[in-house]
Design a binder for this molecule. Structure first.
Ligand code: ZN
Ligand code: ZN
Length: 826
């Protein structure tokens, strides 16, 4: 055995092991191993943002602890890593960085600029993930922008089209006028904003009567197709079925009745426009109203807006309000707080436009999603409701087409002559229909020979919602079901409605099977002040800096121990520093133990005489093992870590090591067999601590293992040794209770020495203990060797009766009187 260096240099140790593990290849999934059970982690491919933030650190620590724990449990673990490259975010950043609009460049050139930026961002994030010590199988690395991944996304579309799940239709869709693309419900954020309610007079046709309408979007007046009131509203009953004139445009529209109208909001009269909001969409469908599209894809008023054509929505509002005022039709205005939908990327006000789009029939799968969600195991369980509620809340099918450039193309064409839709065959993909025609000689319907390639592309979620199958090897490996459904899908509280949902609905549609068997949920990382971490709140912590300053093993302890799985976790420096101190403590006690074991040869130790405290700690070690194992099984990382740290710090370091030192220093007093018993126990307990802590703090535990244990244990890494089995034969409640008495008694005498300002090793001439009863007296008597050794007692007198003297706090029936040797040179 070589000695451990005195100083714990985490930077050097962590870098060393990250490299060595990679060289050893011990984190690779073995595709040829059919003996071990397989365990697949559906690592969500992150969207390259150019920085690893503390939220990523929390997520990756979670998955990595699962991966390491499962490997030690004997599983062949697939821990892949991909990058979800496409998306609006990258397009926007490329436009900003180069001060261009994407439509100004040839699409290929713009795509290349996006790819360059993505590669730069991936490099930064990858370095962060490596520095965190994640045990990823880097052989699996993939990018959704690669042709090979396009192939999979496109193939899944072709299969779903064959199964009848894909359709093209003209439907209202959420539309970002800034980015000029359709967006999904999940990409709409709702924010509270101050708006203005305009009270506008609408005249009843052929009369001098009018109805008062309160609207926050008067710019939509030119697209008004009906007026709506509640049928129970006594004020307006008489107008139902009458015709009303829309001001400014002079169009006649009906007054209709619907119980959805809230008589208490505004004036109780609602203007139905196509489309001011999602409620308008529902009303138009329900009452079969006509549609007058008012906005262009860029969010300006179109030809249906008459004199307002060409204005932005905001400009049109100002102009219409001015015209209403001039005509004496604006009664009054008042400020209101309202919730408006904004684009989650650019924050532009989301409009509703009708446009031809591709859809996936997701709503008809809602029941199947709910059933699957109920069969999946959720960590924590209460998060299940979020998926079910979201699936049930969806009004529209999933719009899967986007009007962007940096994305996977939709592999379809239209016949130029007859308009027939040609969908690519499975063996044509990957293919870009903008650059290549369909691989047929003529249109199967009309014989035409010219085709127009689809210009729309897929929503990014179409790429990233097939990962459970892709990770497993679909569609190329015949044995991909070995790894499917994914054993665990990690998701965040903020992406259940996207990642967890899209994965589930997509795999159910494709394979009639759920995507995953369990879901591991992480909460959000909050700043030190408990608010959402953000640069503008000045509570932002950059992960690379934190990793550089404290090391991965300390940061990982924050992630594991910061709070219950699924809850939001503040980034507390105190947690990281506590983690750091714990590692130093473990490092120091390992170095110290190493010295005490210098003449110890495991397997050749000879006869030993286990003392009560040896049995006590072995029993506690087994109970801790059981609790930690149960906690890891339930992904309760904070409980696992707390158990390990408590056991290590308080039971092992503070109590046991201190109590048995004397046995190891002075075998001539206590006997060789007692020394061997202590050595064997130290060796066993320290090793167990390393094993239990290894999923959380892999670097430090590996370093200590390599220095102290590798030679004897024979495995080239601590992670290759099996997870400890709970040994019930070592558990003994009576032994633990008796050991607790001894530990508390020793602690109380030490406290007295400290209070008297005496050194801890000062001699006690006589220690008289009033045990209170016979059984406590026996417990204390049996441990005399450790009591005298730990407290430097010359003579111990144990009496079974109650007595006077200092009380042992935890065991108030026990008292003692210590007579100290006079101070001075011995
Ligand atoms: Zn946008
Ligand atoms: Zn044709």
């Amino acid at each position: 055995m070589q000695p451990l260096p005195k100083e714990y240099n985490f930077g050097e140790i962590e870098r060393k092991w990250q490299q060595r593990w990679e060289e050893m290849g011990i984190h690779h999934y073995d595709w040829n191993d059919s003996k071990r059970p397989a365990f697949s982690i559906d690592t969500p491919p992150p969207y390259p943002s150019g920085e690893l933030h503390m939220g990523n650190v929390l997520n990756w620590t979670y998955f990595d602890m699962v991966a390491r724990y499962k490997r030690m449990r004997g599983f062949n673990v697939l821990f892949p890593q991909g990058w979800d490259c496409h998306g609006l975010g990258i397009e926007i950043q490329v436009e900003k960085a180069n001060n261009i609009r994407k439509r100004d460049l040839p699409p290929d050139q713009f795509r290349k600029m996006c790819m360059t930026l993505v590669e730069k961002y991936i490099a930064v994030m990858k370095e962060g993930i490596l520095n965190l010590g994640c045990s990823i199988d880097w052989n699996t690395e993939y990018r959704t922008m690669d042709p090979d991944y396009w192939r999979r996304t496109q193939l899944s579309f072709i299969q779903l089209h064959k199964k009848g799940y894909m359709y093209q239709g003209t439907h209202p869709v959420n539309w970002c006028p800034h980015d000029e693309t359709a967006i999904a419900d999940a990409e709409v954020d709702y924010v509270k904003r101050e708006g203005v309610l305009h009270y506008v007079r609408f005249q009843l046709e052929g009369t001098h009567e009018h109805m008062m309408i309160a609207t926050s979007r008067p710019e939509f007046i030119p697209a008004c197709v009906a007026i709506e009131v509640n049928p129970e509203d006594a004020r307006y009953m008489k107008y139902i079925g009458k015709v009303i004139l829309v001001p400014i445009v002079g169009r006649s529209v009906p007054v209709i009745a619907d119980e959805c109208v809230d008589p208490g909001f505004g004036t109780g009269v609602v203007m139905i426009c196509t489309y001011g909001d999602k409620e308008d969409v529902k009303t138009v469908i329900k009452h079969k109203l006509p549609v007058i599209m008012l906005l262009t894809e860029g969010g300006r008023i179109n030809e249906n807006g008459g004199k307002y054509q060409g204005l932005t929505a905001n400009q049109a509002r100002a102009a219409i309000v001015q015209d209403l005022t001039a005509a004496g039709l604006l009664e009054k205005t008042e400020k209101i707080m309202q919730e408006v939908g904004v684009c989650d990327r650019c924050k532009a006000h989301v409009e509703i436009l009708e446009r031809k789009q591709w859809f996936m029939k997701t709503r008809e799968l809602t029941e199947a999603v709910e059933k699957a969600a109920n069969e999946v195991i959720w960590y924590p369980d209460y998060m299940k409701a979020r998926l079910v509620d979201w699936a049930k809340s969806l009004d529209w099918d999933w719009v899967i087409s986007r009007q962007r450039l940096f994305a996977t193309p939709i592999p379809v064409w239209l016949c130029k002559t007859c308009g027939e839709l040609i969908v690519a065959e499975a063996d044509w993909v990957p293919i870009d229909p903008k650059l290549e025609g369909p691989r047929i000689t003529k249109c199967p319907k009309c014989g035409g020979k010219e085709f127009v390639g689809e210009r729309d592309v897929f929503d990014t979620w179409m790429d990233s919602s097939i990962t459970c199958a892709v990770h497993a090897g679909w569609p190329d490996r015949s044995d991909w079901h070995r790894l499917f459904p994914a054993s665990i899908h990690p998701s965040g509280t903020d992406i259940i409605r996207t990642w967890a949902y899209y994965l589930m609905v997509r795999h159910l549609a494709l394979f009639d099977e759920p995507a995953y068997r369990s879901v591991l949920i992480n909460g959000m990382v909050l700043g030190q002040d408990g608010r959402k971490m953000s640069k503008s709140l000045k509570n932002y912590v950059a992960a690379p800096e934190a990793l550089g300053k404290y090391g991965a093993d300390a940061i990982r302890q924050w992630a594991a121990g910061g709070g219950a799985t699924g809850s939001d976790i503040p980034f507390r420096i105190q947690d990281v520093e506590y983690g750091r101190r714990f590692l130093v403590k473990l490092w120091n006690v390992s170095g110290f133990t190493n010295k005490l074991l210098v003449d110890y040869q495991p397997g050749k130790e000879g006869h030993m005489d286990l003392q009560p405290l040896d049995k006590w700690i072995l029993s506690k070690m087994e109970n801790t093992t059981k609790k930690v194992t149960d906690a890891f099984e339930k992904c309760q990382f904070n409980i696992a870590l707390e158990e390990i740290r408590n056991f290590t710090w308080h039971v092992f370091c503070d109590a046991y090591v201190e109590a048995v030192k004397d046995r190891l220093y002075r075998p001539e007093v206590h006997g060789q067999e007692q020394k061997v018993a202590a050595q064997t126990t130290l060796d066993k307990v320290l090793f167990r601590i390393l094993q239990l802590l290894s999923p959380v703090a892999p670097h430090l535990t590996e370093e200590i293992y390599q220095t102290l244990y590798a030679e004897a244990k024979g495995a080239k890494s601590l992670q290759q040794l099996p997870w400890p089995q709970f040994d019930e034969t070592l558990v003994n409640n009576r032994v633990e209770r008796r050991g607790d008495i001894i530990v508390e008694l020793i602690g109380e005498v030490r406290r007295e020495k400290a209070e008297k300002r005496m050194p801890l090793n000062s001699q006690v001439r006589t220690l008289t203990i009033y045990a209170g009863d016979q059984s406590a007296a026996e417990a204390i008597g049996d441990a005399e060797s450790d009591i005298t050794g730990a407290l430097k007692v010359e003579k111990v007198v144990v009496l079974p009766e109650e007595g006077s003297g200092r009380e042992v706090v935890q065991f108030p029936s026990i008292h003692f009187i210590a007579e100290y040797q006079a101070a001075g040179p011995k």
